[in-house]
Design a protein around this ligand. Structure first.
Ligand SMILES: Cc1ncc(COP(=O)(O)O)c(C=O)c1O
Length: 404
C-alpha cells in the first residue's frame, strides 16, 4: 500500500491510479470483474485493475464529445496508417528496431493475428511448434485449424523455466511449418535472452519455419531486462517473422480492439495477402485507433509507473507464498503480470483452479487450459492494488492451510 502510494505520488498521476476501490472495479463491464459471482476475487484474465492513462482518456473523450463514430478517416488519409506510424516510431524509440509502415497490417485483435498466419503459411496436418505451457488461444488456433501441435517444453530449471530446442530433433519433419513464439512468455513470465532467441532463430532457418512472434507483453519487463524483438535477430529472421503486438496489455485497453501484424519483408506480406485478404481481417474502430496512438505516443510516464509497481506486486506474491505456502512453486516472472503457480505439492483432490474457486473464492486461470495435464497448476494475475492482492493471497493461504 505504502509503496503504491509512493509510486503514484512520484509520477503525479493521481491518488487512485493503482488503488481503485473494489466497488469501482465491480462497476466496470469487463470480463475480469463480471465472469464470476460478487464474492469472488478475480485473478485470471489478463486485464489490469488500474486507471487508464489520461492521454487515452482524453482521446476517447474527444471522440465522445463530438459524437464521432463514423468510418474512421482523418484529414489527409485513412486512420489505420496512424497506428502503423505510431508502431514504427515506438519500435525504433524503445528497441532500436527499424520497421516499415507499409509492412504493417492493422487488426482488431491478436488472436486473429495468430489464426491468420497459420491459415496463410500452413495446411491442415502441418506441424506448429509451440512452447508449452502456452496462452490457451494458441492451442485453440492450432486445434481448430487442424494443424498438429509440436510442443516445446518450458522446463522448470529450479529458478526459472527454460527450453531446449534439441528436444525437437526427432519431432520436426518436412511438414513442420510454423513456430509460435510468445515473448515475454505467457504464462511463465520468461523474457527470453539473446542466446535463447538465437537458438530459436537457428532452428527457424535450418527448418525453414515461419515464426509468429507474439510480443504483446514486451513493455512489461522488469529488473533491468531488455525485450529483444525477434525480427531484429537478422535479415534472414525478419524475412520469416510475423510480429504481432498491441497496446492492449501494457495500457489496459483490451476492449478497444486494435493491434498490429508486422511482416519482415514485402514478400512475406504478399504471401500472406495471397491467402488472407485484408478485408477478411476487418477493421478497427476509431476509438481503438485513437487509444492505441495515444498509448504509443503519449503514455510513457503512466507505463513507467506501472512497470515500477508490477515487480513490487510480483514480489509480494513470492514473499507471501514462500513464507506461508512453501509447497507452492513459483519462479519470479521476468515480465508480464502473470505468475505460473505449481500446486502439485499441496496434493489437492481437485484441480487447483476448482480448489481456490470453491474454498478461497479466488478465480485463477486453470492450468489445464495452458497445457493438458497441468490441472495442479494455475496462473495468477497480480496486476491489481496491493490491498486487493493481499486479500487474494490471504484467502488462498487460509484455504490451503485449512486443508493441510
Ligand atoms: C500472449 C497474448 N497474446 C494475445 C493476447 C490477446 O490480446 P488481444 O485480445 O488484446 O488482442 C493476449 C491476451 O491476454 C496474450 O496474453
Amino acid at each position: 500500500m505504502a509503496l503504491a502510494a509512493r509510486t503514484v505520488g512520484a509520477t503525479g498521476l493521481g491518488a487512485n491510479f493503482f488503488d481503485l476501490p473494489e466497488s469501482v472495479l465491480r462497476s466496470r463491464r469487463n470480463s475480469k470483474w463480471n465472469a464470476y459471482g460478487p464474492d469472488i476475487l478475480p485473478a485470471f484474465v489478463a486485464e489490469m485493475d488500474f486507471a487508464v492513462a489520461e492521454p487515452i482518456q482524453d482521446a476517447i473523450r474527444r471522440a465522445v464529445a463530438a459524437g464521432d463514430y463514423g468510418y474512421p478517416q482523418y484529414k489527409g488519409g485513412k486512420a489505420e496508417p496512424r497506428v502503423a506510424e505510431a508502431f514504427v516510431a515506438r519500435m525504433e524509440r524503445r528497441f532500436g528496431w527499424k520497421t516499415d509502415p507499409s509492412l504493417v497490417q492493422v487488426v482488431a485483435d491478436l488472436v486473429q493475428g495468430t489464426f491468420a498466419p497459420l491459415l496463410a503459411f500452413s495446411e491442415p496436418g502441418d506441424g506448429v511448434i509451440l512452447q508449452v505451457p502456452a496462452y490457451p488461444p494458441f492451442h485453440e488456433a492450432i486445434a481448430t485449424t487442424k494443424r498438429e501441435l509440436t510442443p516445446l517444453t518450458m522446463r522448470d530449471a529450479g529458478t526459472r523455466h527454460v527450453f531446449d530446442v534439441t528436444e525437437l530433433d526427432d519431432r520436426i519433419g518436412p511438414r513442420t511449418r510454423i513456430l509460435i513464439l510468445c515473448n515475454p512468455q505467457n504464462p511463465t513470465g520468461r523474457v527470453f535472452d539473446h542466446a535463447e532467441l538465437s537458438a530459436l532463430a537457428r532452428l527457424a532457418i535450418e527448418r525453414d519455419l515461419i515464426v509468429v512472434a507474439d510480443e504483446i507483453h514486451s513493455d512489461l519487463v522488469y529488473d533491468g531486462r531488455k525485450h529483444i524483438p525477434f525480427a531484429t535477430l537478422g535479415p534472414e529472421i525478419a524475412a520469416r517473422t510475423v510480429t504481432i503486438t498491441s497496446a492492449t496489455k501494457s495500457f489496459n485497453i483490451p476492449g478497444l480492439r486494435c493491434g498490429v501484424m508486422h511482416f519482415g519483408t514485402p514478400e512475406l506480406r504478399q504471401r500472406f495477402a495471397n491467402t488472407i485478404p485484408a478485408r477478411l481481417l476487418g477493421g478497427c474502430s476509431g476509438l481503438g485507433i485513437d487509444a492505441t496512438v495515444a498509448a504509443w505516443t503519449s503514455c510513457d510516464q503512466w507505463l513507467d509507473a506501472v512497470v515500477a509497481h508490477l515487480p513490487a506486486a510480483r514480489d509480494r506474491v513470492l514473499e507471501v507464498l514462500r513464507a506461508e505456502l512453501p509447497e507452492v512453486r513459483c519462479h519470479a516472472p521476468e515480465g508480464t503480470y502473470l505468475a505460473w503457480l505449481d500446486f502439485r505439492e499441496l496434493h489437492l483432490e481437485v484441480p487447483a483452479f476448482q480448489f481456490f474457486h470453491d474454498h478461497a473464492r479466488v478465480a485463477l486461470s486453470p492450468g489445464e487450459n495452458f497445457q493438458p495435464g497441468c490441472a495442479q497448476f494455475a496462473r495468477l494475475n497480480f496486476a491489481t492494488s496491493m490491498p486487493i492482492l493481499d486479500r487474494i493471497l490471504g484467502r488462498m493461504v487460509d484455504a490451503a492451510k485449512k486443508r493441510t
